[in-house]
Design a protein around this ligand. Structure first.
Ligand code: 3H9
Length: 715
């Protein structure tokens, strides 16, 4: 039977149950449990009490007092203050010492994991004698340090391979992948998976059994892998070679952390633990101060800030979306409907005729099917999931919806007509959102009686994969409508950025000059391969010409036209897209674009494109010059968007670019990158390009002013 709590600590509560100390971790004043020097001191006090067997305890259990989070790792905030590798190395040594003390406790310690156990959190679990996880959707285990440009620095690179084998450990460390409890149990990372309500009871029971010698602890080996085939000479070397080749292919050498992980594990997996820990700490120290890690840590915090709810006037509430309608069952509409249903929202998908609706419904159901398989949903949950998505040809039920997303064909009159119909059928409070990429939201708001409830929700394609949604805020929008849209985007697992209702919004606006410059380069005779290669070498996921083929030449042309009408006075523009479209080229979707396609597979550049554009491809300028010509206009446009209030902070601009089109995360986003290069360097380079190529490169006033004052975008 449980006895009353013997004492109360700030973050770590000490309770005693049947001779077992139950340590309940609940860091005060923080939304999640994170490891910090203060918490380490508390842990140390608790460990001393355990070592003394205070209250007669024979074993211990570590539980979290925060629902959904066991331990989210080390406090990432701490990394921002580190300036020298030695400081970071010391931080790592400190964390390792805590884990070593846990592992050396004279009483068994059971990790009772409910919620996320990430980074230092999982490393702590690895130092325990036994791990039980609750079977809840929020319970996930992983080592995401690589996503912050780091390696696990609290013993993870050492204890994980010694517990589950080198190959599985590398997979987790190199990808930052998070495992659900069942997968973690298959790998031997957790010893048991139990329903949440009995987690504490089972953990206490296992702790007692361990103390009584009725059950053996499950500990990492002192050295080497527990997987038999990995102990065959040469086996691990092969695993390492293959992993390295994959890392190089995927990161193109832009990310030091995964290479360092391979190096440390390769050198130490078969050495004594203490030696391995020393190597780990040194590598952690070196990585923590790299520009790549700083940029990635910046993205982590910037995305949290972007997710903060917008302020609401006193007394105003924005309801959460429980029911919604998606109007227009095309590819986008189907994707929006599926992603919403996956996240617990009841969705009606509407179109005007049965055929279009049937097609959209099939697409949406395929997405749900893929999701259900990925998540291995049990039958009853699958049924609930599919039930949440209902087709309709009419606006029935719309009265109960908090939100409608319109995703019909991109035609302003059609959309205005739909908005009028929606207003007639919806409740007065229903928020009406358009998923347009080119039409001003104000034009749609004008069409209805209550424009204050009209916003834009600009999704990116394919909806199920793209992490960003632009919440477009026309000047007429009510704060509650904006807040509802923002919260909805978060509820479906995406990152919202609030953007003013200006041409191209933010993402397409800054891509505009980049794509334009690529076309001008092409027209001046630079080979397509060289243009794309320069962008990819800079770290972008694909080059601009490939991007055009993927997005569709018609879509890009329309978007470009909008920007040209709005900002055309900035100089030369290419009409290459129009000319290629006149030849029936739409890009990948019709198998004809800048590239050739055979049976859906891309082959090479289509030489016919040069002929159509009257271009003789010649030698390319040096890569750095190509990169400057492509990227600097994009950066300049991002600053202009900030200057004009399209976005309200550099954070939003960075997140929009990284999540919207894959601006290289290791560069931290346009504003972060500008700061790193130095604003006056960028201004000088833009001025030089202006002299050589024209006004489109002119640095924007804000950039110039900040450069003159020696300022940065981030303090
Ligand atoms: C590490 O462990 C290194 C070690 O190997 C070695 C050390 C020597 N630190 O995302 P949310 C904040 S590296 C500081 O909105 P959710 C977050 O900023 C670490 N703060 O909630 C936000 O603050 P605010 C490896 C953190 O439910 C608030 O908590 N670990 C940390 O959507 C709520 O977060 C990771 O990389 C942290 N570690 O998701 C895990 N974690 O309210 C990173 C969270 O002021 N974290 N915060 O905006 C996550 O993935 C998610 O936050 C989590 C919760 C899944 C935990």
């Amino acid at each position: 039977m449980a006895t009353a709590a013997a004492s109360q600590a700030a973050a770590l509560r000490w309770e005693v149950e049947d001779g077992v100390a139950v340590l309940v971790l609940d860091v005060p004043g923080r939304p999640v449990n994170v490891l910090s020097p203060e918490l380490t001191r508390e842990f140390e006090r608790a460990l001393e009490r355990l070592a003394r067997r205070e209250d007669g305890v024979r074993a211990a259990v570590l539980l979290s007092g925060k629902p959904g989070v066991w331990i989210a790792g080390a406090d990432i905030d701490l990394f921002r203050t580190l300036t020298r590798p030695e400081e970071a190395e010391a931080l790592s040594r400190h964390a390792q010492e805590l884990m070593n003390r846990l592992a050396a406790l004279p009483v068994p310690l059971v990790a009772a994991i409910e919620g996320v156990a990430l980074g230092g959190g999982l490393e702590l679990a690895l130092a325990c004698s036994y791990r039980v996880a609750a079977d809840t959707p929020k319970t996930r285990l992983g080592l995401p340090e690589v996503q912050l440009g780091l390696l696990p620095g609290a013993g993870g690179t050492q204890r994980l391979p010694r517990l589950i084998g080198v190959r599985s450990a590398l997979d987790l460390m190199l990808t930052g992948r998070q495992l659900d409890p069942r997968r973690a149990s298959k790998l031997g990372l957790v010893d048991e998976v139990v329903p949440a309500p009995i987690l504490r009871r089972i953990a206490v029971q296992r702790a007692r059994e361990l103390a009584d010698g009725q059950r053996a602890p499950h500990l990492p080996r002192e050295r080497g892998s527990p997987v038999a085939w990995e102990r065959v000479p040469g086996a691990v070397a092969l695993v390492l070679r293959q992993a390295r080749a994959q890392v190089v292919r995927q990161t193109k050498g832009h990310y030091p952390a995964p290479l360092r992980i391979l190096e440390v594990v390769g050198r130490t997996w078969n050495r004594p633990l203490a030696e391995g820990l020393r190597e780990e700490a040194r590598a952690f120290g070196a990585l923590a101060v790299t520009p790549e890690s700083r940029a990635l840590v910046h993205i982590f915090f910037a995305s949290n800030r972007a997710k903060e709810d917008p302020p609401l006037p006193p007394g105003v509430r924005a309801p959460t979306v429980q029911r919604m309608m998606v109007v227009g069952a095309g590819f986008m509409g189907a994707g929006i409907a599926a992603v919403s249903a996956q996240n617990g929202i009841r969705v009606r998908l509407k179109d005007v005729n049965a055929e279009a609706l049937g097609r959209g419904l099939r697409t949406a159901r395929q997405l749900l099917e893929a999701y259900a398989q990925r998540r291995r949903l049990p039958r009853w949950e699958r049924t609930k999931l599919f039930d949440r998505l209902q087709p309709t040809l009419r606006y029935n039920g719309l009265r109960h919806a908090e939100l409608v997303v319109e995703a019909v064909f991109e035609d302003v009159e059609l959309k205005r007509h739909v908005f009028r119909e929606l207003e007639a059928a919806a409740a007065p409070t229903t928020v009406l959102a358009s998923n347009t990429s080119t039409i001003p939201i104000a034009r749609l708001a004008e069409a209805v009686q209550r424009p204050e409830r009209v916003i834009g929700l600009h999704f990116f394609s394919p909806v199920e994969r793209m992490p960003l949604v632009e919440v477009i805020v026309p000047s007429t929008a009510a704060p509650a409508a904006v807040a509802l849209g923002h919260r909805y985007v978060k509820a479906i697992g995406k990152t919202p950025i609030r953007v003013a209702d200006r041409p191209g919004f933010y993402v397409n606006r800054i891509l505009g000059p980049y794509v334009q410059e690529a076309l001008l380069l092409l027209e001046s005779g630079v080979p397509i391969e060289a243009i794309d290669a320069a962008a990819v070498a800079w770290g972008l996921p694909v080059g601009p010409i490939t991007l055009l083929d993927e997005v569709g030449l018609d879509v890009a042309q329309k978007s470009g036209e909008i920007l040209r009408q709005a900002f055309g006075d900035r100089g030369a523009a290419s009409d290459a897209l129009a000319r290629l479209m006149a030849d029936g080229r739409l890009g990948r979707k019709n198998g004809r674009g800048f590239f050739r396609y055979e049976a859906g597979k891309r082959r090479g550049v289509d030489a016919e494109v040069y002929r159509l554009l009257g271009v003789q491809p010649g030698a390319a300028p040096p890569t750095p010059e190509l990169q400057d010509r492509l990227v600097l206009p994009l950066l300049n446009e991002a600053v202009r968007a900030l200057e004009e209030g399209v976005i309200d902070s550099p954070d939003v601009g960075d997140i929009g670019a990284v999540f919207g089109f894959g601006f290289p995360p290791f560069r931290g986003g346009p504003f972060w990158h500008l700061d790193q290069v130095g604003l006056s360097t960028v201004v000088a380079r833009l001025e030089e390009l202006t002299r050589r190529f024209g006004r489109r490169f002119e640095p924007t006033a804000l950039l110039r002013a900040k450069a003159e004052r020696g300022e940065r975008f981030y303090a």
